[in-house]
Design a protein around this ligand. Structure first.
Ligand code: BYC
Length: 330
């Protein structure tokens, strides 16, 4: 009997499992129609959902400054950036849905704190310079982590990341430009930029996740080609890229142990406070409560929009189905 090209959930087929392994070995992309192990699917859902949640929660700290941007130009840039983050969330929830989950369920898991979002968004934005520090450091860390995800083994996630990374690199440059302007401005502006960098540096290093020897998911995710580099490798890449940029900005990084190791060509840096990271992940960061409360409120207040969109779709679905193909194309 010919082998089926799909299996019921939980069903195993040695031939399909072999084909999956071959596709990974050949660096082919796994697509939604392909058989995949349940654990691979579950890992992708966890990571893509956490990533999508980070994008939409990440809108909050920066949106806090839209009404107080110092010029029309800066306001327009910031509004566009925050809207980009919403778009990233949409691409990523869409990618997660190709794995058989519903975005309504994922949002419910976020709103009830059963799924995570990035630790970085639990810190407050207390000055305008924080918008620059987020762009330069947080988006810089995000790009370092996300460019390799463009080569992730799961096709829909990899393709979503290509566009996201292009937009993130624009975000990083606007953050750098904002900080450069402040750094070269008045003494007060320079001090504001330095203060923001001092507060965002260490949390940015934590974004890459726990050290490799305490990262339960890394080994398997790397074997599956979901992650292409380990947490520590990417963290090091980010530090090496960022230190020279700080010099150009005329700002210092808050780590007295930061030194270039002449032998390896990498910057050595001081110890990261992993207790703080664990505290933030458990809900004890400065803004965890505020972020989720705001998200739940926005979700509840958006109920009428979801209902209206569903009613509109239901009203027009049969009409669309009846239209001739030529008209649909035109
Ligand atoms: N925050 O075994 P590990 C953005 C969790 S959005 C919270 O190393 P993994 C932006 C991890 O989930 C940036 N949790 O895990 C948006 C795991 O949890 P479980 C978001 C973290 O998955 C708006 C546990 O700790 N980027 O840039 O192999 C405006 C053990 O860790 C964090 C992404 O999501 C953290 N920082 O590696 C501006 C990128 N780190 O097992 C900017 C995609 C770890 O208890 N994600 N955990 O559920 C990834 O690349 C990987 O998931 C990670 C973690 C490197 C983050």
């Amino acid at each position: 009997m010919a082998e089926r090209d799909h299996l019921e959930p939980g069903e195993q087929s040695p031939a399909l499992a072999r084909r999956f392994d071959e596709m990974l070995a050949e660096d082919d992309r796994i697509e939604p129609r392909d058989w995949m192990p349940d654990a691979y699917r579950a890992t992708l859902i966890r990571q893509i959902a956490q990533h999508a949640h980070s994008e939409i929660i990440g809108m909050q700290p920066e949106a806090n400054w839209i009404t107080r941007a110092p010029s029309l130009r800066r306001k327009a840039i910031l509004m566009a950036k925050v809207q980009d983050e919403a778009g990233h969330g949409l691409y990523l929830y869409g990618a997660a849905e190709t794995l058989g989950v519903d975005r309504r369920d994922l949002l419910e898991l976020l709103n009830t704190r059963k799924q995570r979002y990035s630790s970085i968004f639990n810190y407050p934005t207390t000055s305008w310079a924080d918008v620059g520090a987020i762009g330069w450091l947080v988006d810089g860390a995000a790009i370092t982590n996300q460019v390799p995800l463009c080569r992730c083994s799961y096709g829909p996630y990899a393709r979503a990341m290509v566009r996201i990374c292009k937009e993130e690199s624009f975000h990083q440059r606007q953050g750098f430009d904002l900080l450069l302007t402040l750094s070269k401005g008045t003494a007060e502006q320079h001090a504001m930029a330095q203060d923001a960098v001092n507060r965002w540096w260490w949390p940015s290093l934590m974004m890459f996740g726990p050290p490799d020897d305490q990262s339960p998911n890394s080994a398997q995710s790397m074997a599956w080609g979901i992650k292409r580099f380990s947490n520590d490798e990417l963290r090091q890449k980010f530090v090496d890229m960022t230190v020279p940029q700080a010099d150009v900005l005329g700002l210092s990084l808050p780590d007295p142990e930061l030194t270039l190791d002449g032998q390896t060509g990498h910057y050595r840096f001081g110890p990261i406070d992993w207790d703080e990271f664990a505290r933030v992940l458990k809900g004890g960061g400065p803004c965890n409560e505020q972020r989720i409360a705001h998200r739940v409120k926005a979700h509840d207040e958006g109920e009428w929009v979801r209902q209206a969109a569903a009613a509109h779709a239901a009203k027009h679905a049969p009409v669309r189905a009846l239209k001739p193909a030529t008209e649909a194309v035109a």
